[in-house]
Write a protein that binds this ligand. Structure first.
Ligand code: CUA
Length: 350
């Protein structure tokens, strides 16, 4: 007896890597905040449909395999049938009729029923009309960031922000989706399914958060080189905090307080910044880039590409192309002093 030949290293690697990759793929969606941990009604009905499809696939697939195994087992044991005599239908013909019946039932009737059930369930999810008490938001996709417009609420005027926004917990939010350039997809897996944003066509999506907390979203349609860095966050807060958020964000930018802040604001207004960005309460009213009125209240810059601190913000303003190559913001020529003053001013925009 000789020992089995040793497995080749490449084969051994494959034996480890392939199952590990499959397991990683399967488990990637698990966890407290992910596709399989829905935290809102829309996401929950999608998860239910997903589980229903998965279980149905196992049951139907298993049933077919059992049937196939039984047929093979029976075919292997059955002796060859002699032809029928005296006008009696042959044994084989009777079998043939019942087999044809099985094929029609399992190959036509059952698939039609299953597909009809799945189509009905899917259409139910798609027909998600916003309830009348829903909060309305307008989200516009840009390469590579998200513009978020809040409507006026009572005496509070409407305002625009970017990439990070707040919703009231437990209340439906009807989001109108548009694109300023190419096709994007709004994906907030904890709360809802994906919805595409097209230029020239408006879509709608209803989200609702069951719990307070911060939910991460992502553009889910390849829209260019920085598609992967087109992230956003939605924070769900209690109603009183939401009212405070609206009041704070609807307010104009804080006027500069110190010499450095004044110099920074002057630099912002005199350099190309104001051509693309708005700071409400100043002459800056550009609409190509994110509204910066309350920039300092955001946690990240560049749609999630870096934390919003002085170092990263400085790098971003000086040349954002080094941090997010291919984004639409050109390098801004500034003297070192102008850059420092500008950062002081931007950090004052709470
Ligand atoms: Cu926008 Cu991908």
């Amino acid at each position: 007896m000789s020992a089995p030949p040793p497995r080749r290293p490449a084969a051994r690697r494959r034996a480890v890597v392939v199952p590990a990759a499959l397991a990683a793929l399967l488990l990637a969606g698990c966890g407290e905040h992910a596709v399989l941990g829905p935290d809102g009604p829309a996401a929950r009905s999608i998860a239910r449909l997903g589980w229903f499809m998965l279980i149905a696939a196992f049951v139907i697939g298993g049933g077919y395999l059992l049937g196939l195994g039984y047929a093979l087992w029976r075919g292997g044991r059955r002796p060859a049938t002699p032809p029928g005599e005296g006008g009696r239908p042959a044994h084989g013909e009777r079998d043939e009729r019942s087999e044809r019946g099985l094929v029609v039932a399992g190959g036509v009737v059952l698939p039609v029923l299953v597909i009809a059930a799945l189509t009905t369930l899917s259409l139910n999810i798609l027909n998600d009309r916003p309830p009348p008490d829903a909060l309305s938001l307008h989200v516009i996709g840009h390469r590579y960031w998200w513009e978020v417009r809040y409507p006026a609420a009572g005496a509070t005027p409407g305002f625009t922000t970017a990439n990070e926004f707040v919703i009231p917990v437990g209340r439906p939010v009807a989001i109108t989706l548009d694109s300023a350039d190419v096709q994007h997809s709004f994906w907030l897996p904890d709360l809802a399914g994906k919805m595409d944003l097209y230029p020239g066509r408006t879509n709608q999506l209803v989200i609702q958060a069951d719990h307070t907390g911060r939910y991460r979203g992502q553009c889910a349609e390849l829209c260019g080189v920085q598609h992967a860095n087109m992230a956003f966050t939605v924070q769900a807060v209690p109603p009183d905090e939401f009212a405070a958020y609206l009041t704070h964000h609807a307010a104009l930018a804080a006027p500069p307080d110190t010499d450095a802040e004044r110099a920074g604001q002057a630099a912002f207004l005199s350099r190309p910044c104001a051509g693309c960005h708005t700071i409400r309460g100043t002459a800056a009213a550009g609409e190509l880039g994110p509204d910066l009125t309350h920039l300092a209240s955001r946690r990240t810059i560049g749609a999630g590409v870096a934390p919003n601190d002085r170092g990263h913000l400085g790098g971003w303003v000086a040349n954002s192309q080094t941090m997010k190559p291919g984004n639409e913001m050109p390098p801004v020529p500034l003297t070192p002093q102008q850059l420092q003053d500008l950062l002081v001013y931007l950090e004052s925009l709470e």
